[in-house]
Design a binder for this molecule. Structure first.
Ligand SMILES: [Mg+2]
Length: 173
């Protein structure tokens, strides 16, 4: 692939902790496992404003609970489809594997590389909005600029850019 052909820029978006609230499971904070557990962050209703800055909106989500048997793939697909339609997402990448070394599973950068190929994205012109160290690390390995949405549970995560609302994100883009 000729790198110079990659001219589009993207805002890569994590799912849980960005679009949806984390759920307090016996195993710890994690993804919703059914529709009853889904609660959306109101703030994300303003996401369409980001499109006007010329960014593709691309979901990049780890869903290892699918391989663990805690989440049905059909539910994860339905939720992703809902997000895609409701928020006007351009692409969806989901890693269903629980092996921490899987190249597609954040903190590894595989999903970003695949999206860059599929959409001709310049990774260095792109951002990733996430809520954990794995999001930050995966983005940095891909050459994507990481942005951490500051939450109660991630105050110990270091990231060059942290935001508390979408207005602060718009100021960075
Ligand atoms: Mg998350």
């Amino acid at each position: 692939m000729n790198q110079s052909a990659r001219t589009k820029k993207a805002l890569f978006l994590d799912r849980d902790g960005i679009f949806t609230h984390l759920v307090n499971h016996p195993e710890g904070l994690g993804a919703p496992r059914n529709w009853k557990q889904v609660r959306f962050f109101d703030e994300m209703q303003n996401l369409s404003r980001i499109k006007s800055h010329g960014y593709l909106l691309i979901l990049a989500t780890n869903q290892p609970d699918i391989e663990r048997g805690w989440i049905e793939q059909s539910f994860a697909d339905e939720l992703n489809d809902y997000l895609s339609k409701h928020y006007g997402l351009d692409g969806i990448y989901m890693c269903t594997f629980s092996d921490e070394d899987h190249p597609m599973k954040k903190p590894n950068p595989g999903m970003f590389f695949k999206a860059a190929e599929d959409f001709l994205i310049s990774l260095s012109a792109s951002f990733h909005l996430g809520d954990t160290w794995k999001d930050v690390s995966a983005a940095q390995k891909a050459g994507v600029k990481p942005v951490l949405w500051s939450r109660e549970y991630n105050q110990d995560v270091s990231c060059p850019m942290k935001i508390c609302n979408l207005k602060e994100l718009e100021a960075i883009l």
